[in-house]
Design a protein around this ligand. Sequence first.
Ligand code: MN
Length: 444
Amino acid sequence: MNSHEMHPNDPRLHSWIDSANDPKSDFPIQNLPFGVFRHVSGHGQPAICVAIGDRILDLRGCQQDGLLDDLAPAIQEACTALSLNALMALGRGAATALRVRLSGLLRIGQPTTRENHRKVEQLLTAADEVMLLPPAVIGDYTDFYASVHHATNVGKLFRPDNPLLPNYKYVPIGYHGRASSIVVSGTPVRRPGGQSKIADATAPLFGPSNSLDYELEVGFFVGRGNKLGHPISIDRASEHIFGLCLVNDWSARDLQAWEYQPLGPFVGKNFATTISPWVVTLDALEPFRVPAFQRAEGDPTPLPYINSREDQALGGLDLILEASLSSQAMRDRAIAPLRVSRGNMRDLYWTMAQMVTHHASNGCNLRAGDLMASGTISGSTADSLGSLLEISRRGASPIQLPTGETRSFLEDGDEVIFEGWCEREGHTRIGFGGCRGSVLPARK
Ligand code: MN
């Protein structure tokens, strides 16, 4: 078989961009995640791009240079847009076709012309010479609570006698978050102020949060939307998912504890949410799909509208997730970030398809570029907990940093770093790139 006929996920493919063939690279030719960039100088319009090794490829440039002429006009037009929304709205087939074309342009052995090769070279930029912007204009943001381990751990801390509420195993729980405060990796996050009440006090006080935390989550962008009043069936749900990113749902636990009853999270959450800049497509993740979470004996079967054989067979994703922490003192002494947990998305109780289907089950319309997030991903072991709240057991057992500092929650100057990747024997490792943010002191 020559490379012309090979699937974009085929592990035998190599790129003529050497850095993409490094087995440690997050962005081999089998990945090709989409993003939006602008030159560091700030000159020029943003453009959509894909990552390949240590470079980014400008897709507007590709369109203008005729490299995408074989693709449908709507796809070509979407490549000239300032965000990924237009491409997302065209549905998964469009992204698939574009990915196949880009893989052809970037692989070794493709019978592409010398002229095309030269054009592509002109449209590559070193990733460290560009600014990555939020990949989409996010109209709406919904955060789920799909990890049963996280829900149980948090439930124990806040309601020791009643940790997991009776609806949890029937209905994917979520809340509508705030899209306006979603920022891209690298944007500093200001410690929020808010109301909190210490246990013995008779009244709350307003002041800077004393228990700022991160939540390690995976996000997924809606591709093609659905019309208001038209639910999405479980078997069609994955057609409405464009791709995935990493999400840090920063959380002020003291504000959250005081406000969360009766209506759920509000200002304890909506001051900032950080997303990684690259959107890894479902196509690229196909080799890493796994069965949905194995429910415990005695757990209810999901209701029929969120239960399908196909989703149960392959609705999960084997995605490894790591959180690391770096304090100002650690950086001053050139000490590497400390890994504080390693989890896996396959531990989620609900699949992405179940979350999408449930979200639209009442006719709620999802739109291209909407962001959904999984909720904190925690596993069943002590080293797989996706928040400091769980790791420190709400401050009862602080973690020790290599400098001798301790942390129950985040201090000013701390940087939180998430990494995510998929790997499996016989397939090329796919990475997500990092999702970082550091904490600025509260505004005086
Ligand atoms: Mn969350």
